[in-house]
Design a protein around this ligand. Structure first.
Ligand code: KIV
Length: 271
């Protein structure tokens, strides 16, 4: 069966994503970790791929992302960059690799030199000076708010964030501060859909949601969830392989469903 998604014909840039937001066309992101999946994502029209530190759990068998090191990230960013020449590649900076601005500058350089086009960091307003420092030096930044897995111990578990008015106000203030500091993209993970919608409307940079409802500018899912490899899949995920016959078709259906507003459904979102 054919779905409405085409292979990427030219490299996606930050400008492409800004244009898609301006034109209210949804785009996609897949967190993946190796060259063959990266190549299939390009063929299926996935505009952005994230080499996520989720690899600690999905590939390396850890219970959280905290044990992930720079060496793990560099190995996987290099593999993804070899497999995909057109999607915009986001590289996660692992736990404590950007705790100070000096560490952030050094480690962001390494992620970019491994082949990423954007670095992703988790945290709120406290990261504004880091974002500005990286932006001024030509490194695009994707901020990450809501459920920030590197803070799982501080958050008391993998829980939805922003449900109280106080938390919601703080999340919005953090998002605005990070945009003002120079962030180019914002991931919103596990936040109520109304809050994600408000943040998306208030920001001029694109938002990428996971468990954040249908109104973010883009959606991201982890490849293991898309392909049904996760033993206890999270509520916000969907196994696209069940309805399709092979991995390229599953990815193509994911792209098609995001672009046409079929995914995410209410069942994948939080209040
Ligand atoms: O590491 C990751 O894969 C992520 C996404 C789930 C957003 O941060």
């Amino acid at each position: 069966m054919a779905y409405c998604s085409e292979p990427l014909t030219k490299p996606i840039t930050i400008l492409t994503l800004q244009k898609l937001k301006a034109e209210q066309e949804k785009f996609t992101c897949v967190a993946l970790y190796d060259a063959p999946m990266a190549a299939m994502a390009e063929q299926s029209g996935v505009e952005t791929v994230l080499v996520g530190d989720s690899l600690g759990m999905t590939v390396l068998g850890y219970d959280s992302t905290l044990p992930v090191t720079m060496e793990h990230m560099l190995y996987h960013v290099e593999a993804v960059a070899r497999g995909n020449k057109k999607s915009l590649i986001l590289g996660d900076m692992p736990f404590m690799s950007y705790a100070t601005t000096d560490q952030a500058m050094h480690n962001a350089m390494r992620i970019m030199q491994a082949g990423a086009h954007v670095v992703k960091i988790e945290g709120g307003e406290w990261l504004a000076p880091t974002v500005t420092m990286l932006a001024e030096r030509g490194i695009p930044v994707c901020a990450h708010l809501g459920l920030t897995p590197q803070s799982v111990n501080k958050l008391g578990g993998f829980r939805v964030q922003g449900r109280t008015q106080q938390q919601a106000d703080k999340l919005l203030a953090d998002a605005i501060a990070l945009e003002r500091a120079g962030a180019d993209l914002l991931v919103l993970e596990c936040v109520p859909s109304e809050l994600a919608k408000t943040i998306t409307q208030r920001l001029s940079i694109p938002t990428i949601g996971i468990g954040a409802g249908k109104d973010t500018d883009a959606q991201v899912l982890v490849i293991n969830d898309i392909l049904g490899l996760t033993p206890k899949p999270p509520k916000f995920s969907k196994n696209f392989l069940v309805e399709t016959q092979d991995i390229p078709s599953a990815l193509t259906k994911y792209v098609s469903d995001v672009k046409t507003g079929v995914f995410p459904e209410l069942a994948h979102t939080f209040d």
